[in-house]
Design a binder for this molecule. Structure first.
Ligand code: ATP
Ligand code: MG
Length: 399
């Protein structure tokens, strides 16, 4: 049932040939059993990192302190990690120590959920010590071992539980759910980057509306005050899933009731990348600004956005706009398509005159040039047929 990619299979065989155990493990086993396409294939082995490096000619030390070596095969890299027991977690953030072990069971025991704690190899078949397969079939997220202890070791697992339940449409098992509420305050110790990765994965999943659970389980106050306030303004949110599953669209979806500066503050704090932050800021600022059914006004809006972000904005308005606006939005879309088809000038750089040409024609260099260009651009947005060199030069004379 599990189709291991050739390269990963070869790595496992080579390790076996040198007398080591090796399996694919974790997310890829879970996803294969669910008939989902795994993102990447992780390998777990009894070989120590140095031994892995001796066997394979091309490796990269991607996480050697945790026992991970990336083995390069063709163009893909496979993370090969030595069986390990995670030491006590110092502060709910980093394991104090990692200890290598020769025992697969110990390695599976340190993993977060039963569905993530299965290993597989063609030689030995499925290794499923904690009944992960049964939980997969029943759609249950359950901690490996004692839930409170596991969440105390690493509070990020709390958010991962909610994230997996959103991605897979699973429910969270009773004991695990109770432990979430109790250990929620420990989220305050987890780094914002790790939190963000899980929140973003949740948002681009099939069940982005699950984000309200982050508030309901009592986790969000321990992520950040502003984020918590933002989540409290949400309810229902079954429309979120209609947004394309892109990070900036989904984040804008849950932050749409915020002032753009607040949305930016929340995302900066969570260490989102600048591109996403700026896209979200634009969408949050513009989604409830209804665009008139009027080409100059539409060109003006288009001129301030990349073509992609303008399409995103229309998408957003179609989903969250007021009912009466949706009718005129159809007309706006038609006009926008015509503007693109007719190649109307909507970018300063596509104007038929340049600052240099204005100077050559006798304009004084300096900030004034910018002002003249801006005025000409306004004119061109109103009347694209005026985007001709002589017409604009004549107009400039009058400014
Ligand atoms: P995804 O498909 O989102 O990558 P994944 O299950 O592969 O899901 P990863 O974060 O890539 O998740 O982690 C790989 C594996 O490592 C998990 O399946 C799990 O066994 C283990 N793991 C990851 N994070 C933790 C954690 N915080 N605590 C315990 N085990 C973890
Ligand atoms: Mg993974």
């Amino acid at each position: 049932k599990i189709l291991v990619p050739q390269a990963a299979g070869n790595i496992i065989e080579q390790l076996n040939a040198h007398g080591f155990e090796a399996y694919v493990v974790g997310g890829c086993v879970r996803d294969s059993l669910l008939n989902r396409t795994p993102e990447d294939w992780d390998i777990t082995t009894s070989a120590k990192p140095e031994q892995v490096k001796d066997i394979f000619p091309r490796t990269v030390d991607t996480g050697i302190q945790h026992g991970t070596v990336t083995v390069l095969c063709d163009k893909t890299g496979y993370e090969v990690t030595t069986y390990r027991i995670d030491g006590e977690y110092e502060d709910g953030r980093h394991p104090k120590s990692v200890e290598f072990t020769r025992n697969l069971e110990e390695d599976l025991k340190r993993r977060d959920f039963t569905i993530n704690a299965m290993a597989y190899s063609d030689r030995d078949g499925l290794v499923d010590i904690f009944d992960g397969q049964k939980d997969l079939e029943q759609g249950i997220i359950r901690c490996v071992g004692n839930a409170r202890d596991r969440f105390t070791e690493d509070a990020l697992r709390i958010l991962r539980a909610v994230r997996f339940s959103a991605q897979l449409g699973f429910s969270i098992e009773e004991e695990t759910r109770k432990a979430i509420t109790v250990i929620a305050p420990n989220m305050a110790k987890v780094s914002k980057e790790r939190i963000q990765v899980e929140l973003s994965k949740l948002l681009v999943s099939k069940h982005p509306e699950t984000i309200v659970k982050v508030n309901e389980c009592g986790i969000s106050p321990y992520i950040s005050g502003v984020f918590h306030q933002a989540l409290k303004t949400l309810s229902g949110e079954e429309n979120l899933v209609r947004l394309p599953d892109k990070k900036h669209m989904r984040w804008a979806g849950i932050l749409r009731h915020q002032k753009p500066e607040i949305a930016v503050e929340i995302l900066r704090d969570l260490k989102l990348d600048n591109d996403t932050i700026s896209q979200v800021k634009t969408l949050v600022a513009l989604w409830d600004q209804e665009i008139p059914e009027d080409k100059p006004a539409i060109r003006k809006v288009m001129s301030g956005l990349t073509p992609e972000l303008f399409q995103d904005l229309l998408y957003f308005q179609n989903i969250f706009g007021r009912k009466p606006y949706l009718e005129s939005l159809k007309k706006v879309e038609e006009f926008a398509n015509e503007i693109i088809r007719d190649k109307d000038c909507i970018r300063l750089k596509d104007m038929a005159v340049t600052g240099r040409e204005l100077i050559a024609a006798g304009r004084k260099p300096g900030p004034e040039i910018g002002e003249v260009l801006d005025a000409l651009f306004e004119e061109v947005l109103k009347n694209p047929e005026h985007n001709k060199k002589d017409t604009l030069m004549n107009l400039a004379e009058m400014l």
